[in-house]
Design a binder for this molecule. Sequence first.
Ligand SMILES: Cc1cc2nc3c(=O)[nH]c(=O)nc-3n(C[C@H](O)[C@H](O)[C@H](O)COP(=O)(O)OP(=O)(O)OC[C@H]3O[C@@H](n4cnc5c(N)ncnc54)[C@H](O)[C@@H]3O)c2cc1C
Length: 396
Amino acid sequence: MTPRGTHRVVIVGAGLGGLRVAEHLRRQRYTGAITLVGDESAEPYDRPPLSKAVLVGTMTDTTLAKDIPSLDLDLRLGTRVETVDTSDRSVVLSNGDRIGYDSLVLAPGAVPRLPAGVGVGGGVHVLRTIADSLGIRAAIADGRRLVVVGAGFIGCEVAASARRAGVDVDLVERLSLPLVQVLGEAGGRRAAELHREHGVRLHLGTGATPVTGPDGVRAVRLDDGTELECRDIVYGIGVTPDVEWLAPSGIALDDGILCDSLGRTSIPGVFAVGDAARWWHPLLGAHRRLEHWMSTTGQAETVAHAITAGDDIAVPTTVPFFWSDQYDVKIQGLGFVDPSDDVRELEVDGKPVLVYSRDNVLRAVVGFSVPTAVLPLRKSIMSGVDVDEVVARLTE
Ligand SMILES: Cc1cc2nc3c(=O)[nH]c(=O)nc-3n(C[C@H](O)[C@H](O)[C@H](O)COP(=O)(O)OP(=O)(O)OC[C@H]3O[C@@H](n4cnc5c(N)ncnc54)[C@H](O)[C@@H]3O)c2cc1C
């Protein structure tokens, strides 16, 4: 039964996951109180455009909800939740307020990593917030050279957007290929070709150290001593779940907030979604954090359902989906992509498709602008079909 009346849900983190939980609660006719607390001052906004349209300069407003008042929220922006007290079911805010909850949803997201001894400022950038994105945009607006360190999705997207904005780009990666850690060798080779074709200078298999002067960054030094002169560096070397502040709460943490497949944490009444949450995935037989937009929205719907319907709901069997836009290519992935799986490289309609399998069972598929090859495979991945059958179908 839908909890009503004096029931209160407190949501920590007013990003994608937090907002979507609130929206799904209202959609599922939850009439109790919802307090949404976010430490950023902006209304909830979308992050994918930050490394794409905002950097290119074709978009500045990525606000997610066009009509926040209709959700009837107790919205606390510019306010951080400092502590969670699970014994009396309350949270304490940075302004000293204590708010009681019946259900608590944690959606604090993640924070970008930086090498030890390196801090943001003086030409050193990371990319997580709208302010970060506008800061990079302003720095590259005059077309000056940009060095991107880390060729994961964020680094590759920044490199692509900067090239589209007419900027001279060097992309430095410690591993042998861009995206190799997420897609494996075959995907990494395709990504390398794509960036070279668009004029990005790749520096692979090397570390990078910022060289600073009195005015901030003046170069990046590679392991062989080469110096790439630049005034700005964007680090895209991964993120850490923003959960340190939860350590005293007693909620089980292990590379994120440990959750079952309904988003329930180790403490009754406390749920978690999004980049900080490490859910149990029945299909994978493991806990995994998924730093993807679609996973966050799916988790938000499940958690809202778990709050409104109690423990009676069925565990949804879902297959993760992600996308990444680089130049005019949309990379789309379905399933638990694991570079250590067997990877077959196909051409479908002249575009690269990577098929991942283990013990001949289909596990995931990644396409470079081939949605018709990727999206219909959801059921095949869920039921674990023979990979030869799928390859035959894709190439017939
Ligand atoms: C630049 C960029 C590009 C991306 N592009 C893609 C893409 O192309 N495709 C894709 O699938 N995914 C993409 N993603 C990933 C996607 O945006 C994330 O998976 C999604 O934003 C996760 O939502 P979240 O709610 O967990 O975290 P967030 O959206 O980060 O929201 C968390 C919020 O909680 C706040 N917070 C943290 N701690 C507290 C606290 N104690 N009290 C109050 N507030 C707190 C944070 O400041 C933040 O505002 C991208 C992400 C970034 C950063």
